[in-house]
Ligand binder design. Structure first.
Ligand SMILES: [Zn+2]
Length: 308
């Protein structure tokens, strides 16, 4: 949830306004209420579903001014609300966003009542984790609420415990056997500063995914910087933890190499992300397959920056 709040503050969640500005949506119109522009603030506070959810929830005293910035509003919350109340508000923001996404991706209409129930459930889970000392990621996240805050110039701490974050994806067309992978490399604040892409021939889509992931792992193994590599290929993330007899036969040698490299580079973590969160690497892979990107390190500032 901290990552989500950080993305909201950076206007980096995939609202229609953001997608439209990057030519990834036909218009900026709100998918729920047809408002002219689905901004972060519209989506989370002023869309009919969001405002009704806040109305039902007793977590927020009043909605923020419509033209305010999310980051500023969120930081100022801490002047008015206790840590527990802020946590409850964060849960509500998250449930509004997930309900909106359920509508967009699964066409299930959200109801404010269910969003309030979901946010209440999440809040209780976090409270429970906060009371129970453990090393779970959930408790690590919530512990930050009781820690002293830094200076105002940096109100949102880095959301991930890695100093480098990579996304990778493969692209494959069975007709031509033409394939490619795309890798984006970001710092701990999520800012993409580099990437890599390559095109090649293969015979199965998972080979393209595996080749991309192997290359990301090899990049991360060049130094000892703590790196999280994200892929939307769950078969591969599972395979890395499974017995070799269960590996997909199409890419066994590639997986064996990945396992070997990771074994000697314990600062690398590979995790699964849903495809919708991997859209930039997907785009890079697709462009590389079409030969519209250089088949070497990508100069992000020239090529990808307009899309970010
Ligand atoms: Zn709306």
């Amino acid at each position: 949830m901290r990552f989500f709040i950080w993305k909201c503050a950076k206007k980096a969640i995939a609202t229609r306004e953001r997608l439209f500005s990057r030519s990834c949506a036909p218009n900026p119109t709100c998918p729920l209420c047809d408002a002219p522009s689905e901004t972060v603030m519209h989506c989370l506070f002023f869309c009919h579903h969001a405002s009704a959810t806040w109305g039902l929830s007793d977590s927020l005293h009043s909605l923020p001014p419509e033209n305010s910035s999310f980051g500023e509003w969120f930081f100022n919350l801490q002047d008015t609300y206790s840590n527990t109340q802020v946590c409850r508000i964060v849960c509500c923001l998250w449930s509004i966003w997930t309900a909106r996404n359920t509508f967009v991706f699964e066409e299930k209409a959200p109801t404010p009542a269910s969003s309030v129930i979901v946010s209440g459930r999440d809040f209780l889970l976090i409270e429970e984790a906060r009371k129970t000392p453990s090393s779970s990621p959930l408790s690590r996240t919530t512990q930050s609420h009781s820690q002293p805050r830094g200076p105002r110039s940096n109100p949102l701490p880095p959301p991930i415990p890695f100093s480098r974050l990579m996304y990778c994806d493969g692209s494959f067309v069975s007709d031509s056997s033409l394939a490619a992978y795309g890798i984006t490399i970001a710092n701990a604040h999520g800012q993409v500063y580099d990437g890599k892409a390559d095109s090649f021939l293969c015979s199965h889509p998972i080979q393209a995914e595996a080749f991309g992931l192997l290359n990301a792992i090899l990049i991360a193994a060049h130094d000892t910087e703590p790196t999280c590599i994200r892929t939307d290929c769950q078969v591969l993330t599972l395979a890395l933890r499974q017995d070799p007899s269960l590996w997909p036969w199409q890419c066994r040698a590639t997986i064996a190499r990945m396992v070997s490299v990771i074994h000697s580079a314990p600062w690398i973590k590979v995790e699964f992300v849903p495809r919708r969160l991997n859209s930039l690497a997907d785009w890079v892979a697709g462009q590389a397959r079409l030969n519209t990107l250089p088949v070497d390190w990508i100069v992000i500032c020239n090529i990808i920056a307009p899309l970010l």
